[in-house]
Design a protein around this ligand. Sequence first.
Ligand code: PMV
Length: 361
Amino acid sequence: MIDYPEFASMVQSKLPDEGIISCTSPSNIALVKYWGKRPVQLPENASVSFTLDQCKTETSISYKKRDTVGEDFDFELFFEGKSKPDFKPKIQIFFQRVEKYLPFLKHYRFVIKTSNTFPHSSGIASSASGMSALAYCLMQLERKIHSEITDSELLQKTSFLARLGSGSACRSIEGPVTVWGAHADINGSSDAYAIPFPFEIHQNFKNYQDTILLIDKGEKQVSSTVGHDLMHGHPFAKERFEQASKHISKLKEILISGDMDAFIQIVESEALTLHAMMMTSLPYFILMKPNTLSAIHKIWKYRGTAGSKICFTLDAGANVHVLYPESEKKQVLEFITNELVVYCQNGQYICDKIGLGAKIV
Ligand code: PMV
């Protein structure tokens, strides 16, 4: 693992004995997608996302100092009130990766309680909100130990740690738009952590809406880890990473200028390219369902006839994120209930919008 000495930490002789820390952290939806990584959790291209507001994980961590520093981490995990031993290996790996940046971990016994505001197995990835919430809670404890840490240092290190849990999680700490991955046109951008988009965003994008159509709530066919791996040796990998980089440059100008048509073109192209990469890897796979395509065609038709600035994006799954300006909220929600809900499993969809990131509760 590359060392990041700026995030290293020391255990102080006086550690707090016990306490509890609670926070929430949202999911995020990428506009320019991250697909392909190098060890450990470093992106092959920069990505840009909207931080969400309503789809979030609530996590509380109780910590109690152990009598002697353990050989191993000591934690218990509850998900939606139930003990979840099958989630433990992921947290164990996360703790191993971040230990040198949070050396107090083996000094404590932790009870981690976590739950999501969005329905379980809704096809909405909970790793971004879950890992960012965990990193955020742990950094609040780090701050109790190192009170000199500034707000901006805290946010940067939280994003850095969240990335080691799940790449895209690093983009959930702040909002409303974040950038992860070093890019020449984005000052201060880094592969190691996400930063807030460092320019004023045009009024057109303020309170941008994201209604998530839950098309298929089944288990994902392919984990994102396997998907990222398939970009190694992918026949179009090099071109894809170059395209993403060009899209970042264009999207930067679009977010500043408020050019909605250009926004639609980049965002939809990115969604389809992500899925095209999956369809052209070996093994190949299709994560869209027939209803995903039906919804996309309806969105295109509505945009053509209603003169709307609605567009869609996709995650690594069948669900459709319907993006639109706040000024169109009433009409688009009507369109969704009249014409898109039929494509949702059990008629379910989630109304969300862009938000500001992790918070203490
Ligand atoms: O953070 P991961 O490893 O789950 O990867 C997420 C990848 C996508 O959601 C498909 C795209 C992105 O940039 O969020």
